[in-house]
Write a protein that binds this ligand. Structure first.
Ligand code: NAD
Length: 342
């Protein structure tokens, strides 16, 4: 499959400027600690790698098709193109290498610009996006994937999800398989296939290419024990949306007394405790943030660990209380009636 990097030309800001504006600051930390002689001689080609490996230290998850996906990334829901671009650039400066996007967020162009301007080699990034139900159907989905590649300014997408099990998701999957074979997509996933049992099985049991990941709402108040068991039995990774409860939760998880107690004990913020819990549960986690302080804070979770008793306390918070409460029938109507711009 062709996954060659055709993205390495510098964009408007230029690789050197981007590195100067933040990444080099990050790379300087391990240098000062005397741990990274490679950085000094590495030059332009491997600066991204240096950041990822030495500053952010993000582990990866081995997917059922053998690919390694960074376990942690940034989510881009509810951001404009410009907000998405700035948030992604800030995240990339802070060592993030995984971005979760979707056509329905209408900000793939912003992500595309960030990828280009960062100058980070394409192969060092993990780019996820999602095809919405309005683009499902054999023949139709392949065209939608080509348009997505153009918006993102990339030759391939690392992980492509079906966003919802609505409409002709079987026909869409067949096109996604063709895109996989053509090297336009490296892995396929299902998102929100937790409403109806048969929909999950329609993909898992019948399709040629199996999903590598299931993306669902999951956080300490809705730990999704049943669906996680099912995903595990099929060797499918779980990736959590609303990992911090989402904006709609209005910070409910941050005020939880158990989370606050653990936060004080580790001198980490409640958000960091929640994200660390996700990591130790083995999830992939993609918190959304536009605030540069939050972007930095959220990735600062790889220098400490929750103890067994912390993990037990976090698990005890489960009440299977989702913050996204719209009934599925309403979700269907809402999604099918949305008109998306290219
Ligand atoms: P989230 O749980 O990541 O919370 C985001 C909210 O928390 C925002 O209001 C943000 O400002 C705030 N926040 C972030 N970091 C913070 C910090 N350190 N301290 C205080 N507040 C902080 O919710 P989300 O962004 O909606 O979900 C994560 C990602 O999952 C999305 O961005 C998107 O990429 C994806 N997603 C997917 C689906 C789906 O249907 N597959 C649905 C929703 C979201």
């Amino acid at each position: 499959m062709k996954h060659e990097n055709k993205q390495s030309k510098t964009g408007a800001m230029g690789r050197r400027d981007f590195l100067k504006s933040g990444a080099m600051l990050g790379a300087a930390l391990p240098l000062l600690a005397g741990t990274l002689s490679a950085c000094a001689s590495g030059g332009r080609g491997n600066a991204g790698k240096v950041l990822n490996a030495q500053v952010a230290n993000v582990p990866s998850i081995k997917l059922n098709n053998g690919l390694e996906m960074p376990q942690f990334g940034i989510g881009t829901y509810s951001m404009s193109n410009e907000e998405c671009k700035q948030a992604c650039l800030e995240a990339l400066r802070n060592g993030y290498r995984h971005v979760d996007c979707a056509y329905s967020y209408q900000n793939e162009r912003g992500l595309g610009e960030a990828i280009k301007e960062s100058g980070i080699p394409r192969e060092e990034l993990w780019i996820t996006s999602k095809i919405p139900p309005t683009e499902y159907g054999e023949g139709k989905t392949l065209i939608a994937i080509d348009k997505m590649l153009k918006r993102l300014q990339v030759d391939y997408i690392d992980l492509l999800y079906e966003h919802w099990p609505i409409g002709d998701f079987v026909g869409a999957w067949k096109d996604m398989e063709k895109a996989f074979t053509a090297g336009k997509v490296r892995a396929l996933g299902i998102s929100n296939f937790d409403f109806i049992e048969e929909d999950f099985h329609a993909v898992i049991d019948s399709m040629k290419i199996k999903p590598v990941a299931l993306q669902i709402e999951c956080h300490p108040y809705a730990q999704r024990l049943e669906i996680r068991k099912k995903a595990k039995s099929h060797n499918i990774a779980v990736e959590c949306w609303f990992p911090l409860g989402g904006a709609v939760s209005q910070g409910a998880l941050f005020k939880d007394p158990v989370i606050k107690r653990i936060s004080a004990a580790h001198q980490k913020t409640p958000a960091q405790i929640i994200l660390r819990w996700h990591i130790q549960e083995g999830f992939s986690v993609i918190p959304g943030a536009t605030n540069p302080n939050h972007i930095k804070e959220n990735i600062g979770i790889f220098d400490f660990a929750l103890s067994d008793s912390d993990m037990a306390a976090m698990r005890s918070l489960n009440k299977e209380k989702r913050f996204f409460t719209m009934p599925f029938e309403e979700v269907k109507k809402m999604i099918l009636s949305r008109v998306l711009k290219d």
